[in-house]
Design a protein around this ligand. Structure first.
Ligand code: DGL
Length: 275
């Protein structure tokens, strides 16, 4: 496993060849990487998980902000990325501006709750945003509602256990349906004869649980996963890759703990990430 401190950027030869960093607190960002790979099979990716800081949902804002900015100082120095993707709503809604200010030469793509597309798509006008407690309390999230969804009834649901449950699920552990149901139930609202018809998956871990959500949901809804839209945004910002070299064998996973367990290492291998 490549611990941050053990890796240097000596094998990164040119800007065109420079990697794209996809960052999350854990394995959630892999749901974004998966879509990015579909659109950009010829790019070199480095997946970074701050698993030593997981879960981000319960951190105090100033401490988390400081942690992520200093992590990126290190990552940018070591890998010289051509683009960084913050594949984490909890982090993006807090530090995107700070990162852009601190590292003006590096473009950043964030992942923020897909409130705008949900407001455009809903028929009933009842939209729920399923996220970590951190994302739910951010001013950024409230601003998105104010800017794009005042015509809707938006319910913010801060789930304190789901990111951890998603990690367990992906490790192959059995997760308790009751607990999942308890976490998603506040998303389902009936009002004036109408029902919630869209639930925004506003944490990148949650798409890993989408099938469980579908099975347990009291009625069918559209579970909105923004991963593909993020991948399209990444593609629009990257210069054309003229070499069309396939870089998959170079793709790497960096975990800040330096020691993800066996199940996670298997998962990373399945994603073609050296670790
Ligand atoms: N995957 C992260 C997100 O999109 C959050 C998981 C955590 O609590 O660390 O918000």
């Amino acid at each position: 496993m490549h611990h941050l401190a053990q890796y240097t950027a000596t094998n990164i030869s040119s800007r065109q060849d420079a990697p794209v960093i996809v960052f999350d607190s854990g394995i959630g960002g892999l749901t974004v990487l998966r879509e990015a790979r579909v659109l950009m099979p010829d790019r070199h990716f480095i997946y970074v998980a701050d698993d030593a800081g997981f879960p981000y949902g319960s951190w105090e804002e100033p401490a988390l902000r400081e942690r992520i900015v200093s992590l990126f100082a290190d990552l940018i120095r070591r890998f010289h990325p051509q683009l960084c993707v913050i594949a984490c709503n909890t982090a993006s809604t807090l530090v995107l501006d700070d990162l852009r200010q601190a590292f003006p030469d590096t473009p950043f793509v964030g992942t923020v709750p897909a409130i705008k597309p949900a407001a455009e798509r809903t028929n009933s006008g009842l939209v729920s945003v399923l996220a970590t407690p951190g994302t739910v309390k951010r001013a950024y999230t409230r601003d998105l509602i104010q800017s794009f969804a005042t015509q809707c009834h938006v319910r913010l649901v801060g789930a304190d256990r789901l990111a951890t449950l998603a990690e367990a699920h992906i490790r192959g552990e059995k997760i308790d349906d009751e607990l999942v149901l308890e976490q998603i139930t506040p998303c389902f609202i009936e009002k004036d004869g109408k029902r919630t018809d869209i639930v925004v998956l506003a944490c990148t871990h949650y798409p890993f649980l989408a099938n469980v959500f579908r099975r347990l949901a009291p009625w069918p809804v559209d579970w909105l996963d923004p991963a593909e839209a993020i991948a399209r945004r990444m593609l629009s910002l990257l210069p054309e890759n003229k070499d069309k070299i396939l870089h998959h064998h170079d793709d790497l996973a960096v975990f800040t703990s330096g020691k993800p367990d066996y199940a996670i290492r298997r998962l990373l291998q399945g994603f073609g990430l050296r670790n």
